[in-house]
Structures are given as structure tokens and as C-alpha cells.
Write a protein that binds this ligand. Sequence first.
Ligand code: SAM
Length: 215
Amino acid sequence: MEMTPERWAFLGRYAREVFGTEDEQMEGLMDRAVAAGLPRIAVSADVGRLLKILVSLTPGRLALELGTLAGYSGIWIARGLATDGKLLTIEYEDRHADFAESEFADAGLGDKVEVVRGAALEVLPEMGDRLGPESVDFVFIDAVKSEYVDYFAAVKPMLAVGGLLVADNVYGTGQGWIDEGYGTDEFNRLVGADPDFEATVTPMREGILIARRIR
Ligand SMILES: C[S@@+](CC[C@H](N)C(=O)[O-])C[C@H]1O[C@@H](n2cnc3c(N)ncnc32)[C@H](O)[C@@H]1O
């Protein structure tokens, strides 16, 4: 039996039904965000759970997210951290950052998560200097797709050996897909060929790259 577009769509719904259970706060989060005028472009719950599991496989002391939006993925990441672990999440839009801060507080994560305001490529150099090399256990890239190559250059020195780099939308977005000449092909190939990383992709949602820094 062949994979059809209908079957592919069904399997996505199936994965969200079976592996995408959420608590009450997470369930209502994106509806509240959309009501507040934010776009519905967060990861799905099954991907959120993947993020949490991956963070919890690292020491979970410090995680970094590029692209906070409403705090949905950030809450999943923060829930995978060690007890004293911390998430720094970078967001360009003040309106998104304000909304996310309030959700992090409501989720009881106000002390664990810091929203850093600004454009990722402007914030990261200072952050790298402040945190130092190999200080971050987990990085989730989910901001401007055309900037992924530059994000990789900025976060690579910050990532600890054994740490994980995860990126969303590596097959594309609603605006265009890799086979149409859009997307993050250059980034995927760069990480895939980097001898300091072991990387793969899972076709969940719009493609999730998972790479482990091995040296
Ligand atoms: C796809 S959304 C993030 C979704 C979020 N990670 C989640 O799954 O819940 C991308 C976010 O990146 C923000 N953004 C756009 N340009 C940015 C930049 N240069 N630096 C940091 N954030 C940026 C957008 O405002 C938006 O909130």
C-alpha cells in the first residue's frame, strides 16, 4: 500500500491524538494567544513532547530557544529541564514576549524561563560572550527560517559536547517547501556534514532536525 497525501495527513492527526495529550493550561494556550492577536504557528503537542523528552536526555542545566511566540514550545522545553535548570528564549516581537511571559508565570515557570527581547542575531553574540563556550545543553531553533545558517554559526560554540540542537521546519513551511526551492536546505546540509555533530531528521510536522554535538 502506498503513502498517499490522505494517509500522510491521517498519520499526523493520529500522532497528535496518541502522543499529543496536554494539560489544561497547554490545551488552551494557543487559543488564548490567537484571541490576543498572535499567529497560530506553534509546534504541535506531539512535537512539544519530543522537545521535552530530548531536553530531559541532556543534563538540562541551560536551554536556549530562538523564537518564543506565545511560550508554547518554551513550556515543553522548560518542563524537561533539571530542577535548577533554566531556559533563555529569544523573541523579537514585544507583544509575543509579553504574552509568553504571562504564560510562563501561569505555568509556574516564571523563575525558570527568561524571555530575552531582540533579534536573535543581535542578541546571540553578547549572550555567547556572557554564557561562555559549551555552556548550553539544548538549543531549539524556530525563528526566521532564512537565518538558520547564521543561527547555527552563533550557537555552535555555545553548545556543550553531548548537547542537542533541534530545529523546526527543516522541510519547509506553508510558504514553501524544500522540493520547491524554499526552506532550510543549506542549513540541513551544513549540520548534516559537520563532523562535530551527528544529525538526523524526523518527518514530524514540517520536519524536525535533531543533532547531537559529539566533539
Ligand atoms: C514559529 S514562531 C515560534 C513558535 C514557538 N517556538 C512555538 O513553537 O511555540 C517564530 C517566532 O520568532 C519570532 N521572531 C521573528 N523574527 C525573529 C528574530 N529575528 N529573532 C527572534 N525571534 C524572532 C516571531 O515573532 C515568532 O514569535
